[in-house]
Write a protein that binds this ligand. Structure first.
Ligand SMILES: [Zn+2]
Length: 320
């Protein structure tokens, strides 16, 4: 019986210790659980970002919220959403302006004058006007396509006739093609001859523009820009920007007598300006030598393109 009280005390002590251990275990368990459950809320990288963004974006969010952890999460969500949407807005704006340039480029139709059917062959001068015009046009197109925001079309890429054999004086197939591609500008490329035979004194480059008042001033600026390039890049005289009218053709709706050249007047009839560049005189000895040099024909095409690009304020495509 003596042992009984001892045992009872020991049992009570063991019970108390066990209870303490149990409580301790529960406390440790809760602490561990707390640490683990805190982890996603602390989330180092988000937290750091949130801190600066929240400070910058919105102090209200912090003040209104009792639970900083939640606030941080919400703000993080908000900020990253804002960041995302602003990034999207930025890139979609960039995409839009890119697309705008692609969707609404300046549409230029280059028209190499004449062809194998409506021929301007001058065997006595050692040149074929249709071939000279085509070489210049191809160089002009290649150079223009190094610029942003422009789309270039050719009425012919070889000796074939864009006018479907409608006769050597008919040029309406060329301007009809320009209308069909919704041209902003029609540029007919030619070379000159006095018709007086070799050797003629007349030499140099000239540009014919319309007298139709809506387009005259701008066409003049364009013509001057082209001639400035042509006569500085190639050894050609500047004969200026010219107009020529033909009373028999009647009047435009602005009351002006129609342009002499059908290439120009049929453009006006269809709502866009047309110009004619006469690069050089085939029957002038000085110009004739230049026209027999393919590198000079290429230089003329590049000069035409540069003059057009400068007039429109086009920028070169960035190197890829
Ligand atoms: Zn011609």
């Amino acid at each position: 019986m003596e042992k009984e009280p001892h045992n009872r005390v020991r049992n009570i002590l063991l019970g108390v210790i066990g209870l303490l251990l149990l409580i301790l275990g529960i406390v440790i368990g809760l602490i561990i659980a707390g640490v683990i459950s805190d982890r996603p809320l602390i989330s180092e990288s988000n937290g750091a970002e949130t801190e600066s963004m929240a400070a910058a974006d919105s102090d209200e969010t912090k003040a209104d919220t009792d639970e900083p952890a939640e606030t941080d999460t919400e703000t993080a969500g908000q900020s990253s959403a804002e960041a995302q949407s602003s990034t999207e807005a930025q890139s979609s704006t960039e995409a839009q302006s890119d697309t705008a340039a692609q969707e609404d480029p300046i549409r230029i139709v280059l028209d190499p004058g004449h062809d194998d059917y409506c021929s301007r062959n001058h065997p006595d001068l050692g040149v074929n006007e249709q071939d000279l015009n085509l070489k210049i046009a191809l160089a002009c197109k290649a150079e223009l396509e190094t610029y942003e925001g422009v789309e270039v079309f050719l009425t012919r890429e070889d000796g074939s006739c864009p006018d479907n054999g409608q006769g050597s004086d008919d040029v309406t197939g060329r301007t009809a093609y320009a209308a069909s591609v919704d041209a902003d500008l029609f540029v007919s490329l030619h070379n000159n001859a006095t018709g007086l035979g070799y050797p003629s004194e007349a030499n140099g480059a000239e540009v014919y523009i319309t007298v139709y008042s809506k387009f005259t001033d701008e066409s003049r600026k364009l013509g001057e820009s082209i001639l400035s390039e042509l006569t500085s890049q190639v050894d050609l005289a500047n004969r200026g920007v010219l107009t020529r009218v033909k009373a028999e053709k009647g009047y435009y709706d602005d009351g002006n007598v129609k342009d002499w050249y059908y290439l120009i007047s049929t453009c006006i009839d269809q709502g866009f300006p047309g110009i004619i560049i006469e690069h050089a005189f085939m029957d002038n000895p000085h110009d004739n030598e230049i026209l027999k040099d393919d590198s000079q024909l290429e230089a003329m095409g590049i000069a035409d393109a540069t003059g057009i690009a400068r007039y429109y304020g086009l920028e070169k495509k960035s190197a890829q």
